[in-house]
Design a protein around this ligand. Structure first.
Ligand code: NAD
Length: 246
């Protein structure tokens, strides 16, 4: 479904991002994954190359809010692969701190990674995606629709991701660039494993499809929205959550 396409995936070293990288490679794309440090990037590349030795995958660990670093990498990617077709803004961190205990540091950490990185990477990607009539895909969350009972900046950041998605879809439609988001429900990744069991278990019990989501469930939706099958879809926040509501 993505033969010949070149995709950049932020937060591609584990969890949902890693599943997207795998799915895109399996479907013929060349993939550039971004992670938070050299070790996680090297590990992810090692794992992928073991499985998919003939596939084209490279990795970097830029500061996702530093325009100069991102610009330099996008130029390198274009020089190496010829074009850039898909940007997946997936890196993100969650929070369950109560408002009274929030620090300015945590506020900034969440808003920088979950919001500003989407802004910066999308901004730098535009000239490349304009040439390729490409696609921007953002990872939102079910909490961008329903909120959550603690860690207010996490849902707030995902409401912002939805706003960026819908607005950029309108702004970039004239350039032939589609912009969509996926709102995962509760997905079995390190992010969820790091949350208290007493917070997660009762939520899993309420999921109508009767199970927690797998990273691959989300990667399948990313594949669809990245592909030509979704040529007439833009500005959408697609829930992939087993009908979970909180
Ligand atoms: P994860 O913790 O397993 O992976 C997070 C990824 O983000 C990693 O690849 C990591 O390298 C990257 N990352 C973290 N901090 C970074 C930083 N400072 N700079 C650059 N990269 C950084 O999480 P996940 O569950 O796979 O989450 C991926 C996305 O899915 C996030 O945006 C998250 O908000 C969203 N999401 C997850 C769930 C879930 O249930 N797991 C639900 C809804 C939305």
């Amino acid at each position: 479904m993505l033969t010949g396409r070149v995709a950049i995936v932020t937060g591609g070293t584990r969890g949902i991002g890693y599943a997207i990288v795998k799915k895109f490679l399996e479907n013929g794309a060349k993939v550039v994954l971004f992670g938070s440090n050299d070790k996680t990037v090297t590990n992810a590349l090692g794992q992928l190359k073991e499985k998919y030795s003939n596939y084209k995958v490279i990795g970097f660990h830029p500061n996702l809010t530093d325009e100069k670093q991102i610009q330099k990498i996008f130029k390198k990617v274009e020089a190496e692969f010829g074009h850039i077709d898909i940007l997946v803004n997936n890196a993100g961190i969650s929070s369950n701190t109560s408002l009274e205990n929030y620090t300015d540091e945590e506020y900034e950490k969440i808003s920088n990674l979950n919001i500003k990185s989407v802004f910066t990477c999308s901004k730098i990607a535009i000239p490349y995606l304009r040439k390729s009539k490409g696609v921007i895909l953002n990872t939102s969350s079910m909490v961008s629709i329903y909120g959550q009972p603690s860690g207010v900046m996490y849902p707030a950041s995902k409401f912002a991701v939805n706003g960026i998605t819908k607005s950029l879809a309108l702004e970039l439609a004239k350039d032939g660039i589609r912009v969509n988001a996926i709102a995962p429900g509760i997905i079995e990744t390190d992010m969820v494993k790091s949350l208290p069991r007493e917070m997660i278990e009762p939520l899993i019990k309420t999921i109508p499809l009767g199970r927690i989501g797998k990273p691959e469930d989300i990667a399948n939706a990313f594949l669809f929205l990245a592909s030509d099958m979704a040529n007439y879809i833009t500005g959408v926040v697609l829930s992939v959550d087993g009908a979970a509501r909180n």
